[in-house]
Design a protein around this ligand. Sequence first.
Ligand SMILES: *Cc1c(COP(=O)(O)O)cnc(C)c1O
Length: 404
Amino acid sequence: MKKPRIYMDHHSTTPMDPAVLQTMLPYFTEEFGNAASRSHAYGWRAEEAVEKARESLAGLIHARPKELVFTSGATESDNLALFGAVANLSERGRHIVTCMTEHPAVLDCCRRLEKSGYEVTYLPVDSTGRLSPEDVRAVLRNDTILISLMAANNEVGTLHSLSEVGKIAKEAGVLFHCDGSQAVGKVPMDVEAMGIDLLAFTAHKIYGPKGVGALYVRKRNPRVRLAPILFGGGHEGGMRSGTLNVPGIVGFGEACEIAGRVMPEESARLSSLRDRLHRRILSELKEVRLNGHPEFRLPHNLNLSFAYVEGESLMMAMEDVAVSSGSACTSATQEPSHVLKAMGVSDAMAHTSLRFGLGRFNTLEEVDYVAGRVVESVKRLREISPLYEMAREQRQGAHAGHLR
Ligand SMILES: *Cc1c(COP(=O)(O)O)cnc(C)c1O
């Protein structure tokens, strides 16, 4: 399979920053120690590198290093947060609150928990993908033990009002878990200001390596107790057994350092490129709809529906550009995205949507090239679309009727 020339799918994964790779390399070779080896310098040096990375992660989310647990990625972090938290709270209650547009890493855990006797409320969102914090307050009960809400949606980029939900959770004495995979390193995240008790994130979404993630676990006010889901050597304070992926963790730390440093400038650059792409498409094509919130959205996200054009056909028509269709995370099944559905987008419109995810190494020239490819491909596909033809005739008929 030939590789597309331009990568614009940074919500799926990101290329590693070359600086991240450089920091990792020695830990595959000379510095190969097991961070749990206490008897010699191989182990000590590996442990030192891990603790340095832990500080870098903590700095990026305003946590303390001790509050971070390394995992294999955000999927594992979400699993550990959800199963680990509820296991210790089932005396208090069995009700969980989440949102319909969460990632499968959260939704599938919730479905599993429902099978073992928990009750889950899946809150709806408005047409921009935002959940109303007041809806969260309204469904809380005496037996509610956990709220799980993502920071930023991976398909439409919508940002939730985390601080408000955090405040509601705190007032009610309910734990607040947040899947921060798309937001950490892209927009400012502060577990204190946002009242987050558990925060999942992952290296490969922020120009780090795949297969390494972390879970922030609040240690004070309140001190969150998690039951482990993996058992073994008692690593990571007993919360996550298994030999640490030292090179991966070192890379994750460096990725966080870089993200913290470049965030203001990078998000300004990417949102301006994103807006340029959007403007150009809107100026040259009719019947294009934005999916997501015009303001409360990730700086690098653009999700558009192109009426009468199948997203899959559009992607095929521009094989040199890597993007995702509106059947995004479920594209194997061809089901319309559950996120767009929850936002009230019709199945037909959902099938016409494309997700552009801009990233650190995209250039202005690439953005202009992609805009051109989208415009020409949509025009061509509409020319041969019977649906578009019918709609055009109807419009002209209506217009003629109006003149008469
Ligand atoms: C990518 C992603 C995940 C899964 O992360 P992995 O590290 O690939 O397991 C979970 N939630 C969201 C919102 C994501 O974007």
